[in-house]
Design a protein around this ligand. Structure first.
Ligand SMILES: *Cc1c(COP(=O)(O)O)cnc(C)c1O
Length: 358
C-alpha cells in the first residue's frame, strides 16, 4: 500500500485525481493547440472558475507559471528597478532573497524578524518600492496574518507588496486586496502534482510594471501579461494541470468552509501536541501557520518519530534548512482526509506513549 502523505511539499494529492485524469484523456483537450480558439475558451473558463472558487478579485489578473521558484525570479525583475526589500523570518524567505540578490542588478535590502514575533512594518525605515514577503513560511510553520498584511499596506501605501502564498493558497482565505502580487504552486494546498503555479496580480502592479517596462526574458511579466490577458500563453502550457485544477476546485466547497476546516484542524493538532507535551517549533500562536505545523525536539527523538511514522505508512516532512534534524513538519492541507488524520494521530500517540518527551 502507498504511504499516506502528510508532507508539506509536494503535498498530499487530491483523492479523486485518478478519476479526473481518466476523464481528461478521451476529451481531446490534452493536445489542444494552444493558439486555437477552443484553447482560448478553455483558459477563459478556467480563469473565471479559479477566480470564483478562490475568491480572487475580478480586476486581478491570473498568470500561469511553472513553479513558485519561477515567480521568485520574475517578480523582483519585472516589478522593481530600485528599492527592493525582502522581509522574512525563515528558510524559504531567505532563499528567495538570495536568489534575487544574485540575479538582480540593483542593490537589494533585506529585513529579518524573529519567528516568535509578529512582523511590524514600523521597524523598516528604508525607501521601498517593492516588498517581497512570505505569507506562509513553510520552513518554520509561521504566517503573516491579515492584520499584519493590512498594517504593511498602511505603512507603505505606495509600495507594491508581493506575497509568497505557496503553502497557503487554497487552504485559507487570503486578503487579496492588501497585496499586489500573490503566487503559489499547485503541489501544496491545491492537491496536485508539481508543475504549475498561479501568479495573481493587482491593477496597480500592472501599472507599475508598465512604467518599468522590463521585457528582457520570455517570462518577463509584461510578456506573460500580453498573452494571458487574451487567454493565450507564450509557451505550450501544462493543459493537464490546468484542467485538473479546474476539476478539483469545481468540486470544492466554498473557500470560507475550507478556511474553517483548516482552522479547526489546526486547533485540534495544537491540542494534540499539548496533550502529548510536544513543542511547537514556534511557540507564539499568533505567528503560527494554519497549514504547516512544525514541532521541534532533540534530533534523535525526531529521527525515530520520523522513521516510526514511515513504518506505519505515514510520510511526514523533515525540518527545513538549519532546522532539518531537530524539527518535523506536518501538512494541514485541505486535501487531507479526516480518516488519515485520525490514523496518523493514533500512531503518533502510540509513539508518544513509548517515547515520552518529559
Ligand atoms: C514550496 C515552496 C516554494 C517553492 O515552490 P516550487 O513550486 O517548488 O518552486 C516557494 N515558497 C514557499 C513558501 C514554498 O512553500
Amino acid at each position: 500500500m502507498n504511504p499516506t502523505s502528510f508532507q508539506v511539499g509536494p503535498g498530499p494529492l487530491n483523492p479523486h485525481l485518478i478519476e479526473y485524469i481518466e476523464d481528461a484523456y478521451p476529451k481531446n483537450i490534452l493536445s489542444l493547440y494552444h493558439r486555437s480558439l477552443p484553447f482560448k475558451h478553455f483558459l477563459e473558463d478556467h480563469f473565471s472558475l479559479f477566480k470564483e472558487k478562490l475568491l480572487i478579485p475580478q480586476d486581478y489578473q491570473i498568470i500561469l507559471c511553472s513553479s513558485a521558484t519561477e515567480c521568485w525570479n520574475i517578480i523582483p525583475r519585472s516589478f522593481a528597478n530600485q528599492h527592493l526589500v525582502h522581509v522574512y523570518n525563515g528558510g524559504l524567505g531567505k532563499k528567495w532573497f538570495q536568489k534575487t540578490q544574485s540575479a538582480h542588478p540593483h542593490p537589494i535590502s533585506q529585513y529579518t524578524f524573529p519567528s516568535e514575533e509578529e512582523f511590524s512594518p514600523k521597524d523598516i525605515d528604508l525607501p521601498c518600492k517593492l516588498l517581497c514577503l512570505v505569507q506562509n513560511e513553510t520552513a518554520n510553520g509561521t504566517q503573516l496574518r491579515p492584520q499584519s498584511i493590512l498594517q504593511i499596506r498602511k505603512h507603505f501605501p505606495d509600495s507594491l507588496i508581493a506575497l509568497d502564498a505557496s503553502s497557503s493558497l487554497g487552504g485559507i482565505l487570503l486578503p487579496w486586496e492588501q497585496g499586489d502580487i500573490w503566487f503559489a504552486s499547485v503541489q501544496k494546498c491545491l492537491g496536485l502534482p508539481a508543475g504549475l503555479a498561479l501568479m495573481i496580480v493587482s491593477p496597480r502592479a500592472i501599472e507599475r510594471a508598465l512604467q518599468i517596462n522590463e521585457r528582457s526574458q520570455y517570462n518577463s511579466f509584461l510578456n506573460l501579461l500580453s498573452h494571458f490577458q487574451k487567454y493565450e500563453t507564450p509557451y505550450t502550457p501544462n493543459i493537464l494541470l490546468i484542467y485538473l485544477l479546474g476539476r478539483i476546485l469545481s468540486h470544492r466547497p466554498p473557500m470560507e468552509i475550507i478556511h474553517q476546516q483548516t482552522l479547526e484542524r489546526y486547533h485540534e493538532w495544537i491540542r494534540f501536541f499539548i496533550q502529548h507535551k510536544w513543542t511547537c517549533m514556534v511557540q507564539n500562536p499568533r505567528t503560527h501557520s494554519y497549514t504547516v505545523l512544525s514541532i521541534s525536539a532533540q534530533a534523535k527523538w525526531i529521527k525515530s518519530l520520523h522513521q516510526y511514522s514511515e513504518k506505519m505508512g505515514y510520510l511526514l516532512s523533515q525540518g527545513y534548512g538549519v532546522h532539518q534534524n531537530n524539527s518535523l513538519r506536518i501538512a494541514n492541507f485541505p486535501e487531507i482526509q479526516e480518516k488519515h488524520i485520525i490514523g496518523l494521530k493514533k500512531e503518533l500517540a502510540n509513539f508518544s506513549e513509548n517515547n515520552p518527551l518529559h
